[in-house]
Design a binder for this molecule. Structure first.
Ligand code: SAH
Length: 263
């Protein structure tokens, strides 16, 4: 059967064997690892992952035609789940030492990343994530404060993950050729990070700040706190700066103060 790629599902299959090898090598896969591949597509990366002999490989693919092909190609070498990754209940993975891989469908890549961060917060044992993003999204994920790319996605992603850029990848490494450049990122969960009661706090606080991206932070601070002056003095935040000038760690501390009001 010939595979006709579906644009609506973000199907750009990786065809460059050098890149596939780089992705698989960066996982540093051990024999006790359970591999979860998000959107295996035609199985180009899957083949490299099988060669690393992990404990098991679970693939989650939305397109049922591709799942049929994968079954023919790999038989019982992999476990196939035909579902939307954003909807699938992953609790059966609670006791596994997981490495997630994915050349992600770009239209939902941020949502997928947020779901993975939530798993880490809920105590899943995640060794690593090796994920491909559209280059602009990757730049937002790894951005530092005082840059234009810095925003909610940077702050939420960097909260509990150390993130390293592995490589920019050219459109010619994919079929069909996408219109955008891609970037491969590696995420390793942090042992120590500022614990919060709920990731929702971080989502809410960054939302309040970045909805007012061009305004001075005096405004969002006043929305969140009755005594914004006292809190900003304590955290040494200049109320005349803009949301993109506040460092990640200060956002986490703002969340900590905000949770003191709630719980
Ligand atoms: N990993 C493959 C394919 C990448 S393209 C390769 O590198 O060659 C993205 C893949 O994600 C496609 O196979 C697409 O069908 C799948 N996909 C898209 N939306 C999905 C979703 N919500 N859940 C799971 N898979 C999805």
């Amino acid at each position: 059967m010939k595979i006709k790629p579906k644009k609506s599902l973000g199907q750009n299959f990786l065809i460059d064997r050098n890149i596939l090898k780089i992705i698989s090598d960066n996982g540093n896969i051990k024999s006790n690892n359970t591999i979860v591949e998000i959107g295996p597509g035609s199985g180009n990366l899957t083949r490299f992952l099988i060669d690393e002999n992990p404990k098991k490989i679970i693939t989650i693919e939305k397109d049922k035609n591709l799942v049929k092909e994968l079954k023919i190609k790999f038989h019982d070498k992999i476990n196939l789940i035909n579902d939307d990754f954003l909807k699938v209940d992953l609790n059966f993975l609670r006791n596994e030492n997981i490495i997630f891989f994915g050349n992600l469908p770009f239209n939902i890549s941020s949502q997928i990343l947020i779901k993975l961060i939530k798993l880490k917060i809920e105590g899943f044992k995640i060794d690593k994530l090796i994920l491909m993003f559209q280059k602009e999204v990757a730049e937002r994920i790894i951005a530092n404060h005082d840059t234009n790319q810095y925003g909610r996605l940077s702050i939420i992603s960097q909260w509990c993950m150390n993130i390293v850029k592995i490589k920019d990848i050219k459109p010619s490494s994919f079929y069909p050729t996408p219109k955008v450049d891609s970037t491969l990122l590696s995420f390793v969960p942090k042992q120590n990070y500022l614990k919060l009661e709920k990731i929702k706090t971080l989502e809410h606080v960054t939302n309040v700040f970045f909805n007012l991206r061009r305004k001075m932070v005096r405004k969002p601070m006043n929305i969140l706190f009755e005594d914004a002056n006292k809190i900003s003095e304590k955290l040494q935040i200049n109320l005349n700066s803009r949301p993109q000038n506040i460092s990640c760690i200060n956002y986490y501390k703002i969340c900590e103060e905000y949770e003191k009001l709630l719980y």
